[in-house]
Design a protein around this ligand. Sequence first.
Ligand code: 3HC
Length: 342
Amino acid sequence: TASFREESMATASEIAAVGVIGAGQMGSGIAQLAAAAGCAVLLLDADSAALTRAVASISASLRRLAAKGQLSQVRRVDLPSYYPTQIGPGHSVKDAAEAFPSDKFWVRLVFQAACEDSIKRIRCVSTVQDLREADLVIEAIVENEHVKKKLFVELDKITKPSAILASNTSSISITRLASATKRPSQVIGMHFFNPPPIMRLIEIIRGADTSDEVFAAVKSFSERLGKTVICSQDYPGFIVNRILMPLINEAFWALYTGVATKEDIDTGMKLGTNHPMGPLQLADFIGLDVCLSVLRVLHNGLGDNKYSPCPLLVQYVDAGRLGKKRGVGVYSYGQKSSNVKP
Ligand code: 3HC
């Protein structure tokens, strides 16, 4: 029953095995975070080429962080005996960093060990059945409610009764996804930001039936990943996208109506408001198709014309100009191929 499931549900410290579905940019970043925090990770994608790319990008990202001594997800790692006694077996990466604050050589070596240890924790799998042992499953598949619901039905059947099912959706209702399962109290939104290893936030979304226990477990698990947590109720766009997407849309309106060039719009917001990227560059980074889909969810769900997508954004998406991933969006990106129609 639901109450039995709530009582026996894994707490944050008991979340030992994490299933991540979707080996794209978000899924691979989430898998990396969970592995670096010491979890056994099952990374699932039906496309074996996507899995190969994901493992390569996780290794590269971990190496970049390790080289800088910045694997923020500090955990115990069984270091080999040839390390100095202060940081040998039984000591954590944090102990090492503290033992040798000024000795970059040892700190780097220890972070390197943590990085290799993390990579070994990731197992690539190809079917949902492989997620039977997961304590927490985080899906980061295509942003389509019908496809996500089908996946939740399957996960509900296959995962153990105590497992928590989380979605990395950027705007689809958690309550509706939860209603596809017989365990709505154990369904929750865990919204990561791109790139997950670098961005410091996780937005947690409570569906109408998400239990306090599940919320508490996912919150402390997110903190274990080194992130700050904010909590949103289940309304369209949650907190961040509700505010970010109208900003991006407005930048498209400014471009569409000839207020300024794309470069000046972006420079204005970068230097005038200290954003790391201008809104048009950020839209390309996120994917123009994703921005459009979130705006449509906001427009349909909140019924206000201020969320109506700018025609220029719609036209770019229609033309296949989806942003950085396609080599062209508002801007063009080097030699990458694109499917843009003229
Ligand atoms: N793994 C490890 N390190 C990484 C990394 C990764 N995946 N991505 C970037 N880095 C590191 C780089 O190595 C670099 O390190 P260094 O400073 O020591 O050399 C550092 O991060 C900065 O990277 P870059 O020099 O390549 O480039 P930038 O300084 O422009 O930083 C950025 C890149 C962190 C992406 C920054 O531009 C930024 O913060 N942009 C805004 C991103 C943002 O807003 N994301 C949220 C989008 S909304 C979303 O995701 C929600 C969805 O629902 C739509």
